[in-house]
Design a protein. Structure first.
Length: 255
């Protein structure tokens, strides 16, 4: 086997020695063969390919959650998980493994996630995967007190968050109100017997919560039962007028 003086290049160009031997065995040096072989070696570095995508997850509040991805390609493979924030993928600091782990989920962890996988030959991004953290209902807006006259409407409402669907049940003085199973409770024409303490219980598949009580005060419209009477008194003496009323609320004044 002829070496054509290539041995002197061994220490400086290890790749040239390999190429030289191949070319010498084939019958001599061929210009351009070494660059072609280098390109072949470079193309042998496979870019990453995702073979198992991250999957959607639904967990209860406080439970663990783990996204995973499986990728092939020339090592080392580098990972970067992202979360969709206002429509834009945003990198999660420190989330650089094939697994994205939430040891104890919070409601704020709900969202859409993806992962980018890189190596020296290129990069690939996974499909989106959604994390849903189911949350028991909690009240952020309590029902409010009302004072209304007989015959007028009254409405109670509550504001809540959590994982739907929700079920509602309103109570008057601790007793269930038949058919009162909506977010808003409306009494179209209140009567004196509607007065009392109203609460609502909100439930979903994870739990239930009861609101603070809200008072409904019902009063009759102000009505005069005894009118003031005309009086005739000597000058310098005291005159007293009186009136009798029922119903109403608040104060009245003479004019």
């Amino acid at each position: 086997m002829k070496r054509h003086g290539w041995g002197s290049r061994f220490c400086r160009h290890g790749l040239s020695l390999i190429v030289g031997f191949v070319l010498a065995e084939s019958g001599g040096f061929q210009p351009g063969a070494a660059p072609d072989l280098a390109r072949g070696l470079s193309s042998a570095v496979e870019p990453p390919v995702i073979v198992v995508q991250p999957q959607n997850l639904t967990v209860k509040l406080g439970e663990p959650a783990t996204f995973s991805v499986t990728a092939t390609g020339a090592p080392p493979l580098l990972y970067q998980w992202r979360r969709l924030v206002f429509g834009a993928p945003t990198e999660l600091p420190g989330a650089t493994n094939a697994l994205l782990v939430f040891a104890s989920t919070k409601s704020t962890n709900s969202g859409i996630y993806s992962v980018a996988v890189h190596n020296a030959a290129g990069s690939v991004t996974s499909a989106d995967a959604q994390l849903i953290v189911e949350v028991p209902p909690f009240i952020v807006g309590q029902p409010r007190d009302h004072s209304v006259p007989v015959g007028t409407p009254a409405a109670f409402e509550v504001t809540c968050f959590g994982t739907p669907p929700f079920q509602f049940q309103w109570f008057l003085n601790g007793k269930e109100l038949a058919g009162a199973t909506n977010l808003v409770l409306i009494v179209p024409r209140v009567q004196l017997e509607n007065a009392g303490s109203y609460t609502v219980r909100i439930s979903n598949s994870l739990g239930a919560v009861t609101s603070n009580p809200a008072q409904l005060i019902v009063f009759e419209p102000l009505r005069i039962t005894e009118q003031p009477q005309n009086q005739t008194v000597p000058p310098g003496t005291t005159a007293t007028f009186s009136v009798s009323t029922v119903g109403g609320i608040g104060t009245s004044g003479w004019q």
